[in-house]
Design a protein around this ligand. Structure first.
Ligand code: GLU
Length: 344
């Protein structure tokens, strides 16, 4: 079984591009304990940008995306070295894995990434994952690796995702203000999202969204404070800490999980009532005759959402034909094969 642990920038980077070695040391020691106990652990670590800022002569995040990318490139080596050193002290090797959303969206690179992670687990090592910020900017603009961590958890079919941060979990309002209470069950949480910190990006909103995504994929998720001496051990032992999101019971194949959570839709197909029933109830493929309207620019092979007559999206999948071909509504033409769609 596999556990994915994500550390946000504020836990990893201190002032002026320093590494919070004490935090890494504590987490590395717990991670080594879990690995010795026979489980695999993947770390998703932010902090490259914050650690790279001094090399750009900056003490706060620049606005310019290329500068953020440069900071990440300058800081990533330092970030990985810090993890490598902390884990090596515990006798565990670290493997650097840099991923982008495009790697997740492409089926071939997605499967490659899974094989690579599995091979790292097989030798008892710990992959330390970050976004490849030089070519992708998803986590720079929103998320501080929260979505990436959920994607990795889905990719390796983790039994648990732990999102560690500076605060103890999700609060009913900004932590520290009067009346702020820790939400222990994230399922129905009414959450007030705080703003992002000075060095990292993300805040609670992206954590909750990532937790909901992993939970919908069947992976229980915990958002908790990551600074203390003992953090992962009690969480893995089932102690109530931080905010919990229960994993849904739905069983989806690895391919359908990727389809549902890895591949972003490029357009939508609006279906008539009969076509919706055929797909959603009878489990049949979608024929072009049932599509009343297409929306967006996509090609055969891209993901699109299926929308019912009430305007609500109820599935997504891989389009089997172009918008023009689908709009021709040629009899017998398949717009989407039933094996290449997933119902919401
Ligand atoms: N991948 C980025 C990093 O490791 C995300 C964090 C951010 O946007 O500051 O630094």
């Amino acid at each position: 079984m596999t556990v994915v642990v994500k550390l946000g920038t504020s836990l990893v980077a201190g002032p002026r591009g320093s590494v919070r070695h004490a935090v890494l040391k504590r987490r590395a020691s717990e991670i080594a304990g879990i690995v010795r106990g026979g489980e695999s652990v993947a770390v998703v670590s932010s902090g490259a940008i914050a650690l790279g800022l001094p090399q750009l002569g900056l003490d706060r995040r620049p606005r310019s995306v290329p500068k953020l990318q440069a900071a990440s490139a300058l800081g990533q080596g330092k970030l990985h070295r810090a993890w490598e050193t902390a884990l090596a002290r515990e006798g565990v090797a670290a493997g650097q894995v840099l991923l982008t959303a495009a790697d997740i969206a492409e089926r071939a690179t997605y499967v490659n990434a899974r094989h690579a992670l599995q091979a790292i687990f097989d030798v008892g090592a710990v992959p330390v994952v970050n976004e490849n910020d030089a070519t992708a900017t998803d986590e720079i603009t929103f998320g501080d690796n929260d979505t990436l961590a959920a994607q990795v958890a889905i990719l390796v079919r983790a039994r648990l995702l732990v999102l560690l941060t500076e605060v103890e979990g999700v609060y009913t309002r900004s932590p520290g203000t009067t009346g702020a209470e820790l939400v222990s069950d994230g399922g129905g949480a009414e959450v007030v999202f705080g703003s992002s910190s000075r060095l990292g990006r993300g805040g609670m909103e992206s954590k909750v969204l990532a937790a909901r995504m992993a939970a919908a994929a069947g992976i229980p998720t915990v958002i908790a404070g990551g600074e203390g001496d003992s953090v992962l051990e009690p969480i893995l032992a089932g102690e109530r800490r931080g905010t919990h999101f229960r994993g849904s019971d739905r069983e989806l194949s690895a391919y359908k999980l990727w389809l549902r959570f890895g591949k972003s839709p490029k357009g939508r197909l609006h279906l008539d009532a009969g076509a919706k029933r055929a797909v959603a109830v009878d489990g049949r493929s979608l024929l072009a005759v049932g599509v009343v309207r297409t929306e967006g620019r996509f090609e055969a092979g891209d993901a699109v959402e299926l929308v019912g007559p009430n305007g609500a999206a109820f599935a997504s999948g891989i389009a089997a034909a172009s918008p023009a071909a689908i709009a021709s509504r040629v009899r017998g033409l398949e717009a989407m094969h039933r094996d290449r769609l997933v119902l919401y």
